[in-house]
Design a binder for this molecule. Structure first.
Ligand code: ZN
Length: 264
């Protein structure tokens, strides 16, 4: 059973006969849920909502904010782009469609099943995903200016990865399902309920739009298992840029508290 069967195609917007969403698979692992058993490469996800300030307070993206250079490149932790404010999209033009197509291209090339715009250096509220992770298969879904208006009470643990954290996988707890309001590639508003894998992918990618990274959702015990890998990425960043890492995993605790995370 393919992941895309979780998506109600009748309510998802389509683009070029495809539906768009974001997600990333790497090493396949076993996953069972509600009688389903999937063989997945470890997930690369993004998202979960902080119900904070009004959406209207979110800055609007200018045309310059949506400029991009092909081919897109994945931004890795601890690049500050992953923490920057992501602006609301109000212009639904050909440039936006080109950006979406380019995001799908880089997502497939990197074995992804989901991708958020800040992960390719564009700080706007856009994500794409295809839970199947193969071009021409499954449903490609685009979510623009998404907002979560409801989470399920049930919390599910799942092994996640992230394209911005190459080679790092660990368990993350998130609500099992979400109800979302968003806009499609033409700007039309729609609402959708997601559960299972699409819900997981969406929440991981949505976190990226909030400037939240998946290790911040991990328990201290789980975080300890990847601490050395995060430090290695910080060192890699410092060697590449010649600048100090803008954040350190060892000083991360305060942000976790400040961001208002909880398990429910
Ligand atoms: Zn991610």
């Amino acid at each position: 059973m393919a992941c895309a069967t979780w998506l109600n195609q009748s309510v998802l917007p389509t683009l070029c006969n495809r539906t768009h969403i974001c997600f990333n698979l790497r090493h396949f692992r076993s996953f069972s849920s509600s009688g389903l058993r999937l063989r997945l490469r470890s997930l690369q996800l993004c998202a979960q909502a902080k119900r904070t300030s009004s959406f209207k307070d979110t800055p609007v993206a200018s045309p310059a904010d949506l400029n991009f250079v092909s081919p897109l490149k994945i931004v890795e932790y601890p690049d500050p782009i992953l923490r920057a404010k992501n602006k609301r999209i109000v212009t639904f033009d050909d440039n936006l469609k080109k950006l979406v197509d380019e995001m799908f291209d880089v997502m497939y090339k990197t074995d992804g099943i989901g991708l958020s715009a800040p992960q390719v250096g564009i700080n706007v509220r856009l994500m794409v995903f295809n839970p199947v992770g193969e071009r021409g298969e499954g449903e490609e879904i685009v979510l623009i200016n998404p907002r979560v208006n409801k989470y399920s009470k049930k919390i599910v643990s799942f092994n996640e990865g992230c394209l911005s954290f190459p080679g790092i996988y660990a368990d993350v707890e998130r609500p099992g399902s979400v109800r979302i309001d968003a806009q499609d590639i033409s700007g039309a508003k729609y609402s959708i309920n997601l559960s299972g894998l699409p819900s997981r992918v969406f929440q991981h990618e949505y976190d990226h739009l909030q400037g939240v990274l998946f290790f911040e959702r991990m328990t201290d015990e789980v975080l300890d298992t990847i601490r050395a890998q995060l430090q290695a990425l910080e060192k890699k960043y410092e060697e590449r840029t010649g600048s100090p890492s803008p954040e350190k995993i060892d000083t991360h605790q305060s942000r976790k508290v400040a961001a208002g995370f909880g398990k429910s």
